[in-house]
Design a protein around this ligand. Structure first.
Ligand SMILES: [Mg+2]
Length: 196
């Protein structure tokens, strides 16, 4: 049987981009802004307008995307998913072209079992041809032809349009039977999940 295809976003889905952005912002400005303070919006929208150029400059640094923390269980679950699905990493890299090389190195280091043939650097993600897209940005899911799965982040908490996963244990639970996730949030199941 042909495997279904899942596209997986990187920033704030596989790795903690907001966390690194916030840490650099706090260090630069000598403040201690917490994630809870901008829950429901982007860091960009929370900071004073005069600080936004710093946020942009930070993401344009060559090393920014290199050392982002990988989310718990992401590597293990992706390795397991790849046994049952075609996995493609689909990242909107064009916004920060300096990120190309560092994103490549990050993927090689953290998910070496995913071939570089399965990396997709996108502008508009509506070009993706897949059954699922796991992403934290609802706007990308709106234009995606398959089933969107929203990876919970503070900026998307008000969106109710898509099935939601709050972490990689819930990704595992959504796509695979016998996952270790607890189903406290009642994650909807994919309709045709493969059997182990
Ligand atoms: Mg993202």
């Amino acid at each position: 049987m042909k495997k279904q295809r899942i596209c997986v976003d990187m920033d704030d889905t596989m790795c903690d981009t907001v966390g690194e952005h916030l840490a650099r912002y706090n260090a630069e400005h000598g403040v201690n802004v917490l994630r809870e303070q901008f829950h429901g919006q982007w860091l960009w929208d929370f900071v004073p307008e005069e600080h936004r150029p710093f946020l942009k400059k930070t993401m344009s640094c060559d090393d920014f995307f290199e050392d982002l923390d990988v989310f718990p269980h992401a590597v293990r679950v992706l390795e397991r998913l790849q046994q049952h699905y075609e996995i493609y990493i689909a990242t909107a890299a064009m916004i920060f072209p300096n990120s190309f090389a560092s994103k490549y190195r990050w993927l090689q280091r953290h998910v070496p079992f995913i071939s570089s043939d399965q990396y997709v650097y996108c502008g508009d993600k509506s070009i993706l041809h897949a059954d699922y897209l796991i992403d934290d940005i609802p706007g990308y899911l709106d234009r995606f032809m398959g089933q969107g799965v929203l990876f919970t982040q503070g900026h998307n908490v008000s969106n109710t349009k898509y099935p939601r996963v709050k972490d990689w244990l819930e990704v595992e639970e959504y796509f695979l039977p016998g996952g270790k996730a607890r189903t406290e949030s009642g994650v909807p199941r994919a309709e045709e999940r493969p059997q182990d």
